[in-house]
Design a protein around this ligand. Structure first.
Ligand code: ADP
Length: 375
C-alpha cells in the first residue's frame, strides 16, 4: 500500500474493507459493521484504557497480565490474535493495548495489504515497540503473509531487489513490534500464521447487563438523558454487540428528541426500535429473512450456506459473518456438517407452529439449546 506509513491512508484501507460488506448492509440499523457515521462517533465512544473496557472479563484479565509482564520486562509483548464477530471491540482492544504500553499504534487491514511491498513499507517504518494492528488479517495476500511470518518471528524482512533469475533478497532488520491481528473468521487463518501468535483471545457476544453499562456510558458522553429502563430496553435489542448498542442509542435519542421530550425511557426506546424494525430479541430484517427462509422454504434445513444466502439475496459472507453468529448464539439455528438447521425455538420466534414430525437436525436432538459455532 502506497504511503501506508501515514495513519490517514491506513485508515482508508480499513474503510474500504468495511464498505464492501457495508453496502449490502447499509439499511440495517442492527448491522454490526461500521458505517461512516459510526466511525465518526466511535472515536469518541471508544474506551481508552483496559479499566474502562466493559465485559469480556476473562480476556481483559489475561490481557492485563500479558501487558503488565511486558511492561515489567521492558519488552514488547507477544503477538496477539483477536477473533470474534464484528463490533465486539477488537479494534478498541488493539488501541487499548498500545495505550497501556504507551507506544504508538499503526492501523491497517488485510485487504489493504495486496502485495509484499505494501507490508514491507509498513514494517520497515515501525518504531521500537510499536503496536501494528491488522484488521481482517485472514484477508492478507499470500506473498505478504510469508513476509509476515519472518517479521513476526525474527523481526526481519527480506526485500527482493530485481526480477527473474537476477533477483536477490536483501535481509533488513526491523524494530521489534507487537502484531495485533483481528479476524471475524479465525477458521480461515492458515495454521503457520495462527501459530505465531503467543496470545489468542476470542471475543464473545456481550450480556445485556454489560451492554446496559456501555449504553449508559455512551449516553453520558453524548449528553443524552437515558433512564435505566430505557438503557435496559436498548441493551436487550442490541444483538449482544456494543457497536449496535451505541447505534441504537443514537437512533433512539433522535426519536426521543423529535417525538418525545428528549428523555429516553423504556416506552420511548420501544416505540423508536419498533419504527426501525428491531424486535425484542434484536433480530432485524436480515435475521428474520434468514430464519424464515430456513424454516419455510427449506423445512428447517439442513441447507448449505450459499443456498441460504441466495434465498435471502445476500452474499454468503454477509449471512455467515453478520446474521448467523447471532442466530446461533440466540439458539435459533445450528451449524451442522450437513448445513444449517433451524432449532425448535425458530418456529415460535416466527410465530409458526412446529412441524408435525418435530424439527430436523442432528438426530432431531440437541435442538432449542445454544447451537455450536464451528468455524
Ligand atoms: P470490532 O473491531 O470488533 O469490529 P470495535 O472495537 O470497532 O469492534 O468496537 C465498535 C464500537 O463498540 C467501539 O467504537 C466502541 O465504542 C464500542 N465498544 C466495543 N467494545 C466495547 C466495550 N467493551 N466497552 C465499551 N464500548 C465498547
Amino acid at each position: 500500500m502506497t504511503g501506508s506509513d501515514q495513519p490517514g491512508s491506513d485508515r482508508a484501507g480499513i474503510d474500504q474493507a468495511g464498505s464492501d460488506q457495508a453496502r449490502n448492509d447499509k439499511d440495517r440499523v442492527v448491522s454490526p459493521l461500521a458505517d461512516a457515521d459510526d466511525r465518526l462517533i466511535e472515536g469518541a465512544l471508544r474506551p481508552r484504557r483496559l479499566a474502562e473496557f466493559v465485559g469480556q472479563g476473562r480476556v481483559r484479565e489475561q490481557l492485563s497480565v500479558v501487558l503488565e509482564g511486558a511492561l515489567r520486562r521492558g519488552r514488547a509483548p507477544d503477538h496477539m490474535l483477536l477473533s470474534g464477530p464484528p463490533g465486539l471491540g477488537k479494534t478498541t482492544i488493539a488501541m487499548i493495548i498500545a495505550a497501556e504500553l504507551g507506544v504508538p499504534l499503526r492501523l491497517t487491514s488485510g485487504p489493504a495489504i495486496e502485495r509484499a511491498g505494501d507490508l514491507a513499507s509498513v514494517l520497515s517504518t515501525l518504531s521500537e515497540g510499536e503496536v501494528m494492528f491488522i484488521d481482517e488479517i485472514h484477508r492478507v495476500a499470500r506473498p505478504a503473509e510469508e513476509m509476515l511470518y519472518l517479521a513476526m518471528e525474527d523481526f526481519r524482512v527480506d526485500v527482493v531487489v530485481g526480477k527473474g533469475p537476477g533477483a536477490t533478497a536483501i535481509p533488513l532488520d526491523i524494530a521489534s513490534f507487537t502484531l495485533v491481528g483481528a479476524t471475524t473468521r479465525a477458521g480461515l487463518l492458515p495454521a503457520p500464521l495462527r501459530d505465531r501468535f503467543g496470545f489468542t483471545a476470542h471475543l464473545d457476544f456481550y450480556e445485556p447487563d454489560e451492554l446496559g453499562v456501555i449504553v449508559r456510558r455512551s449516553a453520558g458522553l453524548l449528553g443524552a438523558t437515558l433512564r435505566d429502563d430505557g438503557a435496559e430496553e436498548i441493551a436487550g435489542r442490541s444483538r449482544g454487540t456494543p457497536r449496535i448498542a451505541n447505534r441504537l442509542l443514537r437512533r433512539v435519542r433522535d426519536f426521543a428528541e423529535v417525538r418525545a421530550d428528549g428523555v429516553i425511557t423504556r416506552r420511548v426506546a420501544r416505540d423508536a426500535l419498533e419504527l426501525y424494525e428491531v424486535d425484542e430479541n434484536g433480530l432485524d430484517r436480515l435475521d428474520r429473512a434468514v430464519l424464515s427462509a430456513l424454516v419455510s422454504r427449506f423445512g428447517g434445513g439442513p441447507v448449505g450456506l450459499s443456498t441460504l444466502a441466495v434465498a435471502v439475496g445476500e452474499e454468503p459472507e454477509t449471512v455467515e459473518v453478520v446474521a448467523e453468529p447471532f442466530l446461533v448464539r440466540a439458539g435459533l439455528i445450528a451449524r451442522t456438517p450437513r448445513g444449517r438447521v433451524a432449532t425448535a425455538a425458530a418456529w415460535p420466534q416466527l410465530g409458526l407452529p412446529l412441524p408435525p414430525g418435530g424439527p430436523p437436525g442432528p438426530g432431531g436432538a440437541g435442538l432449542g439449546g445454544p447451537g455450536t459455532l464451528f468455524d
